[in-house]
Each structure stands twice: as structure tokens, then as C-alpha cells.
Ligand binder design. Structure first.
Ligand code: GUN
Ligand code: ZN
Length: 431
């Protein structure tokens, strides 16, 4: 069966920060979808197909679904936890809540809630940290598979400096990760991500085990945290006195590369930025989290100037908003505090194709092009009274996007398609 999704269609094929030829926009556009993939995109008149079932979203905008490259599944109930900063927040709130994901029933229940939140916010792919328990990753993969989502996830490896209920050991963390890889990696649209939480909670033996998993599974994603907070950095360097800096710890265990995603990466030396660029290692900006935990102001301009590929993410539950629109709003403000102004086209590229590039998945997701999966979000820039009032003064696509970025949230998400299926939960379904 073919579906024709009508709307005002926007798609990026390059980064607006790098070229003027970055996107296509069809005011009377349509996307032809078959078997979960985009078959054609263009003017409605050019691709209308009498055999296709038509869904008319005009006058809303249709673009590639948002991608969230750094988020914590077992932190659904950690958002808005009152704490001084990162290390207290982890110890006082986060670790106790993550301990509950040892229970497969709880993990399964929360996996549904987690994916519903993503879909409600127009996010069609995420790269997620699980809890230390194998059951957490099992539950999340199973729930993503039933929704047909492209999801990356891994159980966190952590074997010190946390309560026993959220600790494993080097060898069991290797064994569990390996079993999860065998069961889930490459199954449908699912991918495993090797997930050492961060250097503070891993012994050298465990980081070595993570490095072994990386060597045994070339090209597999790796996710961790880097240079988020001053106290964190100080403790990290005490634990690894032989390392020349924070990044060097991961480097020594073979954990850098184009599929390595470093959450935060705020307080880096020039050497660390250069080494990230040299190895292709990605920096993932988490603006709402960095503001909420008072961690610091990520310098996207400097990272890009150094040659580092960057992504932008919610970091739920250090992050405070599931919406990539709200996340882009805070990224805009952080750039302002750094004396830079982010163009709305660059912002929407970042949350879609840019994050696909960061994940190394731009051949499958992140743009509205034939051959890509039909992972789409439908956005209404007039979703609230305040947005409607503001919208009356708009006369360009750029301004419309900026309203969505600064004023938008889940209320602006009209529908979310995953592989061509409309998945937005309805209020009646308890969503
Ligand atoms: N560093 C190590 N673990 C975490 C986490 O769960 N959230 C954040 N923001 N930083 C971390
Ligand atoms: Zn994180």
C-alpha cells in the first residue's frame, strides 16, 4: 500500500552553516511512502498518485523526524530532581531511581512510557543509555522493535563509585553487553551502543572490557560522558592519574572514533578538541541539562572550528525537556551567551540530518529523500494562542521555524510517523 503525505515539506541535504544549497522546501508538497520508505518527494502536482491513500497535513510543516543522540531511558522519572550539581544529582536522585530497572516488569512499563514521550515530541530515533541491568536494555529494544523505530541503546557498564544496586563488574558487564549484542544488534532497525557510563564509574578493567567489545564489533556505536562539570573532571583525573587529560582515558582504551559519542564535552583543552577531530569522535551538546545542572556553556562554534562533528540532544533526565524544539531553544540561548547567533535553518538541520550525521546514519534517516525511512514529524507553528499571535507577523519560512524553535514544544507536534506509520499516542489511549 502506498501513502501520500501532503504538507509544506522541508528537507535538508547539507548543513546550512556550510553551504547555501542546504535544503529544499515545497510549499504545496507531498511525500510518497511505500513499505516504510520514502519513494518520492516534491510538488504535490508532480507526485500525486491515484493509488495512494492521501493524508493531508496542510498547512502544517512536514520534515524528517527529530533525532535525540543522548538520552537516558531509566531517567524518565528523574527529570526536575532538585540537586546542587552533577555528582550530587547522580548520587541523590539518579542512581536510586535507576536501581528500579532491575525489575523487568518495571523496565517494560517504563520503556513504553519512554518511547511514547519520544513520539509525542516528534523524535523518531534516539541513542539511549540503559541502566546497569541487562533487563533495561532488553525492555527498551523490545518496545522499540514493536514500534518499528530505529533505536540505539546499551546497558550501562559501571563497576565503582555508585551504590551496589547499580553496579556490575568488568567481566559480567562484558558478558551482558555481548549477550545483548548477539540478541539485538542489527535486528530490524535496532543497533547496540557500547555504553561505559563515564570514567568515574568504571575501573580500568571495565574500560578495557568496553574497548574489547569495540574491537570485536567494528563500527559499533559507543556512548559515554566527557568533561561535563569541574568537580567531575577533577575526580576523574584523580582516578586516572596516568592520563594526560579526560579524553585520553577513553583514548587509551580504544574508545574514540567516528561512532563514539561524547555527551557534554564542555570543558575541553585544545588538545582534546584536536584529538576528537583527528579520531572523528563526536561531541553531543545537551543544552537543557547543562543549564539545569549548571555544568557550563558548550562552545559549538569552537568545536566545529576544530573540526569536530557535533550533535544536539535532550539528555533526559539531567535535561529538562523531551522536546527537541525546546532543546534547540536552549542551544540558541547558549550560543547567544557565547556571542554567536544560530540560524533557524541550521538549528533544524542539527536536530534532524545533523544528528543523523553525528550517529553515522545519514544514509537512512534525517532527511526527506527517496530511499530514506519515512520517519517524519508534522509541525504546527500556530499550535498555541501565543504562537498564533506571533505567527500573524511572520512572512518567511525562517521566521516560522524560529517561532517553532523558541516557542514550540510537544503541542506543536501534530503527528509523528515512524517508517510511514502514524504513531502519536492519542489522549484517549492515555498518552
Ligand atoms: N555523567 C555520568 N552519568 C550521567 C548522567 O546520567 N547524566 C549526566 N548528565 N551526566 C552523567
Ligand atoms: Zn547523559
Amino acid at each position: 500500500m502506498k501513502t501520500l503525505i501532503r504538507g509544506r515539506v522541508l528537507s535538508f541535504h547539507a548543513d546550512p552553516a556550510e553551504t547555501d544549497d542546504s535544503h529544499r522546501f515545497w510549499d504545496n508538497g507531498a511525500i510518497l511512502v511505500q513499505d516504510g520508505r520514502i519513494v518520492a518527494v516534491g510538488d504535490y502536482g508532480d507526485i500525486a498518485d491515484p493509488q495512494a491513500q492521501e493524508i493531508d497535513h496542510r498547512p502544517h510543516l512536514v520534515m524528517a523526524g527529530f533525532i535525540d543522540p543522548h538520552i537516558h531511558f531509566p531517567q524518565v522519572q528523574v527529570v526536575a530532581a532538585w540537586a546542587a550539581e552533577l555528582l550530587d544529582w547522580l548520587n541523590d536522585h539518579t542512581f536510586p531511581i535507576e536501581a528500579q530497572y532491575r525489575d523487568p516488569d518495571h523496565a517494560a512499563h517504563m520503556a513504553g512510557a519512554f518511547l511514547d514521550q519520544l513520539i509525542l515530541n516528534g523524535t523518531t530515533t534516539a541513542c539511549a543509555f540503559g541502566s546497569v541491568h541487562k533487563a533495561s536494555a532488553e525492555a527498551l529494544f523490545a518496545a522499540a522493535e514493536s514500534r518499528g523505530m530505529a533505536l540505539l541503546a546499551g546497558k550501562v557498564m559501571m563497576d565503582r563509585n555508585a551504590p551496589d544496586a547499580v553496579l556490575d563488574d568488568a567481566q559480567p558487564s562484558y558478558d551482558d553487553s555481548r549477550a545483548l549484542i548477539e540478541r539485538w544488534h542489527g535486528r530490524g532497525r535496532l543497533e547496540y551502543a557500547i555504553t561505559p557510563r563515564f570514567a568515574i564509574t568504571s575501573t580500568p578493567e571495565q574500560l578495557r572490557a568496553a574497548g574489547t567489545l569495540a574491537t570485536e564489533n567494528p563500527g559499533m556505536a559507543i556512548q559515554t560522558h566527557l568533561s561535563e562539570n569541574h568537580a567531575e573532571i577533577e575526580l576523574t583525573l584523580q582516578l586516572y592519574p596516568e592520563a594526560r587529560d579526560y579524553l585520553d582515558i577513553y583514548d587509551r582504551f580504544g574508545l574514540l572514533g567516528p561512532r563514539s559519542l561524547m555527551g557534554h564535552a564542555i570543558h575541553l583543552s585544545a588538545r582534546e578538541a584536536a584529538r576528537m577531530a583527528e579520531t572523528g569522535t563526536r561531541a553531543i551538546h545537551c543544552p537543557t541539562s547543562n543549564l539545569f545542572l549548571g555544568s557550563g556553556l558548550f562552545d559549538d562554534h569552537a568545536m566545529r572550528a576544530a573540526g569536530v562533528v557535533t550533535g544536539v540532544a535532550t539528555d533526559i533526565g539531567g535535561g529538562t525537556d523531551w522536546s527537541m524544539l525546546a532543546t534547540l531553544a536552549e542551544a540558541y540561548k547558549i550560543a547567544q551567551l557565547r556571542g554567536r547567533r544560530m540560524h533557524p535553518l541550521a538549528a533544524f538541520h542539527w536536530a534532524t540530518r545533523g544528528n543523523a550525521v553525528a550517529l553515522g546514519m545519514e544514509d537512512r534517516i534525517g532527511s526527506v529523500q527517496p530511499g530514506r525511512f519515512a520517519d517524519l514529524v508534522v509541525l504546527d507553528p500556530r499550535a498555541t494562542q501565543a504562537m498564533r499571535l506571533r505567527h500573524d507577523k511572520v512572512d518567511s519560512l525562517m521566521q516560522e521555524l524560529f517561532i517553532l524553535q523558541v516557542m514550540g514544544d510537544d503541542r506543536a507536534v501534530v503527528e509523528t510517523y515512524v517508517a510511514g506509520r502514524a504513531l502519536k499516542p492519542t489522549a484517549a489511549a492515555g498518552g
